[in-house]
Design a protein around this ligand. Structure first.
Ligand code: ASP
Length: 309
């Protein structure tokens, strides 16, 4: 049997040790460990990379610590609009969703779209209608709302500014989530989910729901999940750019991911990070911010959760 690998992120940004209490730090580590466990349980039994990334992301969507599912940031109108996408490296099938307000686990809706819909990308009410036909769990607005996200909105609501979750220097709340995996059958998969950015308007959609920007997976190359200033990741076609550098440029996973995060994105003016795994199960997790909630587990027993540089 081949090896397996799983990497996860809970967002990159201005995450400073000085602004974190021990208790809070432990809560984040526990939440990251729970997500890794959810995915590892599947991979260690020979389950698929696709099931593992979905399970790992669901675990973080259900935690209010992260900006995805429960705990999503607020839009200007005081609502939540969630974006997510999933991709299967084996056949490059994909499912994506944007601007959903009531779906408990947007990543599971992506999976349903991928497997049970003739389309790849659904948005807003149409996506919710499809979720209902697939009997997915729906929640009311209260379920997604948390006090600290509401405070974040209040601080900037009357400005024309939007706030990247991870650039809130005062509150330092972070949290788009993602997972990438390689299973024992050699298949790769990636998944990403977010509430987007605080105070967003006009049904703004970020990179998270865009295949090739926030999420990409292709067997024999790599699987990538991004977090950061979405507008730049869209323009850089970030996740696919990592794969393309490997595929056509013969770069290693490390070299390609490093080039994107430390050269391409900052040169354009953006910031953030990504997690990626290649077809050998090698993991890379670069970021150009102060921190990134992240973790990994591999079949050789190697496992860690990390927050700071
Ligand atoms: N990339 C996400 C977006 O722009 C935000 C994040 O990663 O925190 O919607």
């Amino acid at each position: 049997m081949e090896n397996f690998s799983l990497a996860i992120h809970g967002g990159a940004g201005t995450i400073l040790k000085s602004a974190m209490t021990d208790r809070k730090e432990r809560r984040y580590h526990r939440a990251l460990e729970a997500s890794l466990k959810a995915g590892e349980k599947i991979l260690s039994k020979g389950g698929s990379a696709l099931d593992a990334v979905e399970a790992a992301v669901i675990s973080m969507e259900n935690s209010e610590l992260f900006n995805a599912g429960k705990g999503s940031v607020f839009t200007h109108e005081g609502d939540h609009e969630m974006d997510a996408s999933i991709m299967n490296g084996a056949d490059r099938n994909a499912g994506a969703v944007a601007g959903v307000r009531r779906v408990k686990n947007p990543i599971s809706l992506c999976r349903e779209i991928m497997e049970n819909c003739e389309h790849v990308f659904l948005i807003g009410e149409g996506a919710e209608h499809f979720a209902e036909t697939r009997k997915l769990e729906m929640e009311s607005k209260d379920y997604f709302s948390t006090d600290f996200r509401y405070e974040q909105l209040q601080k900037i609501r009357d400005t024309h500014q939007t706030l990247l979750d991870h650039s809130d220097h005062e509150l330092k709340k972070f949290g788009t989530v993602g997972a990438v995996a390689k299973d024992v059958h050699g298949n790769l998969a990636a998944a990403t989910s977010t509430g987007g950015i605080t105070n967003k308007r006009y049904m703004r959609v970020g990179d998270t729901s865009i295949i090739g920007a926030g999420t990409y997976a292709e067997n024999d190359i790599c699987a990538v999940s991004s977090t950061g200033w979405g507008e730049y990741y869209i323009r850089a076609v970030a996740a696919y750019d990592v794969a393309a550098m490997m595929k056509y440029g013969d770069k290693s996973l490390d070299e390609a991911a490093h080039q994107l995060i430390h050269e391409v994105i900052p040169k354009m003016g953006g910031d953030g990070g990504l997690i990626a795994v290649d077809s050998n199960g090698k993991i890379t997790m670069p970021f150009n911010t102060q921190g990134m909630y992240r973790g990994f587990v591999q079949s050789d027993g190697n496992s860690r959760t990390l927050i700071f540089k």
